[in-house]
Write a protein of this length. Sequence first.
Length: 214
Amino acid sequence: MISALSHYPSLFVIARNSTFTYKGRAVDVKQVGRELGVRYVLEGGVRKAGNRIRVTAQLIEAGTGNHVWAERYDRDLADIFVVQDEITHALTTALTPAIADAELRRAMRKPPESLDACAAYQRGLWHLRQATPEDDTVAQNFFRQAIDLDPTFAPGYSALALAQLQSGRGIPEAQSCRSAKLSRSPGTPSGLARWRRCGGAFVSRLGASSARGA
């Protein structure tokens, strides 16, 4: 599970040796969050009855102790390795959007002046999804705030380019934002991958089409 989650560049995953120090101990989730420096804790258990197992998992916000997400998986033990792969895939697929939604709710609770780069980015994404001219403007302001707070925060440039496209401000501004993003995070594969997923390739194709039509 730890290995699978560590493949997601947007997640900060604690190493196995550090997490296993809590195995078999009754510990407070808030304490775990403080000691490991994490915002969310995934905990769970396994029960076996005959040839069936039940795996339970819950994602908890360490700072508040609130449950963010929970699920139960029942499987036959025909092949333990197949079951392990199935549950790992199901968990990682469910956890990433659950954490993204939790981060968005967390960012929306904060006053604008106290946001960090990631929270400002999340606030901008919420407004971008509303797809109105007013929200497009607010989204761009939040993305610029994220960039000002952390000039190496690649998703801020990607999202700003998308917001500029959505607001109809045109290809040149979006491409300049893309260039700025790349110049501030050279040689960062995860940042470049996020840019492509967020629309960098789309901007490049539109730019090429504009050049051909000029």
